[in-house]
Structures are given as structure tokens and as C-alpha cells.
Design a protein around this ligand. Structure first.
Ligand SMILES: Cc1ncc(COP(=O)(O)O)c(C=O)c1O
Length: 312
């Protein structure tokens, strides 16, 4: 700050390198927030004009990002145990216009990225790219590597509520492919391929500032300890909660972003937890229904947005 460099300075560069290392990714680009991160990835992967398959309970963020990128969001249903999207449901929606499948790691739990990738390969659809939405999953490791390195690219949010939070809005994109990274670098700053040369269509301004980069950089060495504390707290809630509040448990490790439980009358039952916890009703999914009934899918149907026609 004293040096008068507020954007794209040393803190931002150091954070990008540290986060790439943490995720086991070759590249990391910081951006203004997690929704921008998804939108820019979708643009860079050529989703514009095609369809983006996304979990129906992904908070609406991917839906928003897909529409901003000029793609049609198609919603797939969730696995009722994990509340992450069901790989089988996603694969059932793949059609001729599908360009990207977004796998959202929800509540700190792992989405089935490997199953989606394997399914696409088995269908001969290597043209369909898989993107991780890691806004709620900072730091977990899947069997085949750390979150953020499992697919073509991964989008992160560092919103203050996230496990690794900035003081304001912030986000990042990790990827392994250098040409994809170069495209993202251009798109996040007016489409510039070099200063003032706006050569890439679809470019805009989405930068993380130095202050936003500094705080997660300082917090990063504590992330593993804080995650362990979160895991202990989630376990304490699980031990204390009445059985009518069924836990949402992930497959594999969780970074315990939220202590999610299922209930038909969530606010009433949540108040039975004998722990001083802030509770809220989050994305009430109707798992097992043929038609996803989660909020993204129930938002007033925006023009050109549809919910998984091929599955029902
Ligand atoms: C799963 C998920 N994806 C994307 C986002 C978007 O992140 P941001 O709020 O930084 O735009 C969020 C933020 O709440 C989220 O929880």
C-alpha cells in the first residue's frame, strides 16, 4: 500500500503462487470474486452459446455465471446423502450442446469429479470440460489430488464467510494448462493480451486488490489448524443434535465449511441444537425427486434457463 501499488502488486502475486502451491495447480489467477471466477472459466472454456450442467443446489452462483457467460444453465439433481451433485444425474443430461459440467464441492464436502470425468470419457465426450466450484472447499484432498487440481480448472471464492476469507470480495481460478491460464489472464483484464491491447473478446475487469490478497496470505499458514477446529465443532454439533436432524455427510474428507443437516422443518429443529450455533435454512433440496426442486431451479425461469429436460 505504501508503495502506491493497489492492484496486481506483490501481495497479489505472492498469494497467487501460494494458492497454486496449496492446490497442487500449475497456475492461479486472482479475480474479484467467486462468481466472476466461474464466469471467466466458462468463457475461457468456450461455454458461450452452449449448455453448462450444474448442481441444482449450487446456490445460484453457477447459474448466474453461466448466464453472464452467454450459456444456458442446465440443473442436475443431488445425491441425497452428500447434497453434492450426483455424477449419474449430471451425465444423464449431457447432450450435443453441453460444453462444461461444473462440480460444486458443497459444505466443504467433495463432489464426484473423478466419476464425472470418467463418465464423460466413457461417453467419448472429451470435448466437455469439467470445472470445480471450490468456493466452499478450501484445502480438502480427494483420492486423486487436492481440490483445485482435479479438473480442467477450479473456481474459488474468498468471501469473508469462507474457510479462507478475505476482508471483502475476492476469488481465484486455478488450472494446469498454460494456454487456458493465458486466456484467463486476458479475460480478467479487458481482454488485454498486453497492456492496452484488448484483443480477446469477452474481456472485462475482475481483479483482486492488494488488501484482499494480503489477508488470506497471512491466514493461509493457519488454514489446516482452523480446519481441524471446524471439524471438531461439526462433530460436536453432530453429537448434540437430535436424530430428527439428519447429518449431511460427505464422501471422503471434509473441510467442514458448514455443519449441514436435513430436516423437513429446519428452523424449528435447528433451534433444538443445545449449542450456541447460528443456524439458517440453506438451499432446501428435495433429494430423490425426479425434478430438482432446489432454489437455483426454482428461481423464476430466466430466459433461456432450463432444468434438466433429459432426465424427465
Ligand atoms: C458454492 C459457491 N459457489 C460460488 C460462490 C460465489 O462466490 P462469491 O460470493 O465470491 O461470488 C459461492 C459463494 O457463496 C458459493 O458458496
Amino acid at each position: 500500500m505504501d508503495a502506491g501499488q493497489f492492484l496486481k502488486g506483490p501481495a497479489t502475486r505472492t498469494f497467487e503462487q501460494a494458492w497454486a502451491d496449496d492446490c497442487g495447480a500449475a497456475h492461479c489467477l486472482s479475480v474479484a470474486n467467486g462468481t466472476d471466477a466461474i464466469e471467466l472459466v466458462l468463457r475461457a472454456l468456450g461455454a458461450t452459446g452452449g449448455e453448462v450442467i450444474t448442481a441444482a443446489n449450487a446456490g445460484g452462483c453457477t447459474t448466474t455465471a453461466a448466464r453472464l457467460a452467454g450459456a444456458v444453465p442446465v440443473h442436475f439433481d443431488i445425491d441425497p446423502r452428500t447434497h453434492c451433485g450426483s455424477a449419474a444425474a449430471a451425465l444423464a443430461l449431457v447432450g450435443p450442446r453441453t460444453r462444461v459440467v461444473v462440480a460444486t464441492h458443497l459444505y466443504g464436502n467433495l463432489a464426484g469429479v473423478a466419476a464425472i470425468r470418467a463418465g464423460l470419457a466413457a461417453m467419448g465426450r472429451n470435448d466437455v470440460r469439467v470445472v470445480e466450484d471450490c468456493a466452499q472447499a478450501h484445502g480438502p484432498r480427494a483420492a486423486d489430488g487436492p481440490v483445485g487440481s482435479l479438473a480442467a480448472a477450479a473456481a474459488f471464492s474468498f468471501h469473508p464467510s469462507k474457510n479462507l476469507g478475505a476482508p471483502g470480495d475476492a476469488g481465484a481460478i486455478t488450472c494446469g494448462d498454460e494456454s487456458l491460464h493465458r486466456e484467463l489472464v486476458a479475460l480478467h483484464q479487458y481482454g488485454w493480451t498486453r497492456r492496452y491491447a484488448a484483443e480477446r473478446p469477452g474481456g472485462r475487469n475482475s481483479r483482486m486488490d492488494e488488501l484482499q490478497a494480503t489477508v488470506p496470505l497471512v491466514k493461509l499458514p493457519h488454514l489446516a489448524d482452523w480446519t481441524a477446529q471446524r471439524q471438531a465443532i461439526v462433530k460436536a454439533y453432530a453429537d448434540a443434535a437430535p436424530s430428527a436432524l439428519r447429518p449431511v455427510t460427505g464422501q471422503g474428507p471434509t473441510v467442514a465449511h458448514l455443519a449441514a443437516r436435513r430436516s423437513r422443518s429446519a428452523p424449528a429443529r435447528a433451534s433444538q441444537i443445545p449449542t450456541p450455533a447460528a443456524t439458517t435454512s440453506s438451499w432446501p433440496a428435495a433429494a430423490g425427486r425426479r425434478r430438482p426442486r432446489t432454489p437455483s431451479a426454482r428461481w423464476p425461469a430466466p430466459a433461456g434457463c432450463r432444468a434438466g429436460r433429459r432426465s424427465w
